[in-house]
Write a protein that binds this ligand. Structure first.
Ligand code: PMH
Length: 387
């Protein structure tokens, strides 16, 4: 049995040209000796890890960053050979696997490093970035003692290399800059704890790179702006260059019917037709990440905004149409149709959340189509193919 890429009329389109342009824009915005670290954790914020990674590298990123070792291994399995930094914590027993796969680890606890090196004898190089907590309160060493222990343990082991130091800002995307400034100055102070600085020093996410390019040291960890989204609504109007949204979500009408006054739609029979109405069924549901809270919001059908009526089910929802559109008519949940658009910021606003959460929430069940120069170059469907 030969299978095609997917068999459901719902898909995400990832515009890789936009990813490319967004990375190039940041590269051009920075000084030539400053680097871009492409943050491709969480399946590249729901876009597709290896596909985004490849394009980001092509556009000039020099390092990839993920949250977990599994994500780094996934990139290796998909043929990515370039350097990858794991930003999150890794189990001490897994350091040999990281070394074998040439994966860079984050370290912030001396006891973890002692255990890791005592119980696992390295036989090849392993690089580390030391993470400092300057006020995010998440991961990172805070005390000079801890840092000097880390430095000496790394220096004593012939296979260990200190390749970087970094921290993370909690408020780089906020208009008020006091806390940002506090963290920045703390980082400067903490860097004095290092007798020798490693090649890579980084502190900035997208917001920092966009707003404070003179405060990034020598690399930006570029996440949300690589996907063409603003780090926050409050700084949207002060971005130094245009961002190009890469993610869109589409489906097609699989059923269209006329219902009469008083007839009900979906679970709980909460929606009642006020008169004769055309109702379409769209094969997208909360298991795809189109969560029940989106009931009542609009999608685009034939270039027109149409409201979702009744409860969103696991695999389908219903939409009120202005007329009897044919089966197969394209429905755009995120993206553009003719003059109308529903962009990620609008969906995020409706859900009272941040744009980051929206593409991350569109589940593995929705196939991703990757476009380059307006052609499909790859399709990814984990439901059918183990990828
Ligand atoms: N560096 C670290 C350590 C991060 O956690 C993130 C994003 C980035 C860089 C990239 O940030 P950007 O997407 O704003 O450019 N991390 C998260 C997070 O943990 N929750 O939301 C974003």
């Amino acid at each position: 049995m030969e299978l095609s890429a997917f068999y459901r009329d719902t898909w995400v389109e990832v515009n890789l040209d936009h990813i490319y342009t967004n990375v190039r824009s940041m590269k051009n915005f920075l000084s030539p000796d400053e680097e871009v670290i492409a943050v491709v954790k969480a399946n590249a914020y729901g876009h597709g890890d290896a596909q985004v990674a490849k394009v980001a590298l092509e556009a000039g990123a020099s390092l990839l960053a993920v949250a977990f070792l599994d994500e780094a291994l996934s990139l290796r399995q998909q043929g990515i050979v370039e350097p990858i930094l794991v930003l999150g914590a890794v189990r001490s027993e897994d350091i040999k696997l990281a070394a074998e796969q040439n994966i860079i680890l984050t370290v912030f606890r001396a006891d973890w490093l002692e255990t890791a090196l005592r119980d696992n004898e390295l036989d090849r190089p392993l690089s580390f970035h030391i993470k400092l907590d300057t006020g995010m309160g998440r991961l990172g060493a805070k005390e000079a003692d801890e840092v000097s222990k880390l430095i000496s343990i790394l220096a004593e082991n012939e296979w260990c290399e200190l390749a970087g130091i970094y921290t993370h800002f909690a408020t780089a995307d906020e208009v008020g800059t006091d806390y940002f400034q506090y963290q920045y100055e703390k980082f400067l102070e903490m860097l004095k704890w290092f007798p020798i600085l490693p090649p890579l020093i980084h502190c900035g996410n997208s917001a920092t790179g966009l707003r404070f390019p003179d405060k990034i040291f020598n690399a930006v960890r570029l996440g949300i702006a690589m996907y063409g989204l603003t780090p926050s609504l409050e700084i949207k109007d002060e971005l130094p260059y245009a961002l190009n949204e890469a993610f869109s979500l589409h489906s097609r009408l699989v059923h269209v019917k006329k219902i009469s006054k008083g007839e009900k739609v979906s679970y709980g029979a909460t929606y009642t037709a006020k008169g004769e109405e055309w109702i379409g069924t769209v094969p997208v549901g909360y298991a795809d990440g189109w969560i029940r809270k989106l009931q009542g919001t609009e999608v685009l059908v034939n270039g027109v905004r149409c409201p979702i009526v009744g409860r969103i089910c696991m695999d389908q929802f219903m939409v009120k149409l202005p007329e009897a559109f044919p089966i197969g008519t394209k429905v755009t949940l995120i993206g553009k149709q003719d003059e109308e658009s529903i962009m990620i910021d609008e969906v995020a606003k409706t859900l009272d959340t941040i744009n980051y959460e929206v593409p991350c929430t569109i589940s593995y069940r929705v196939p991703r189509i990757f476009l380059r120069k307006e052609s499909i170059i790859e399709v990814r469907n984990p439901v059918l193919f183990n990828q």
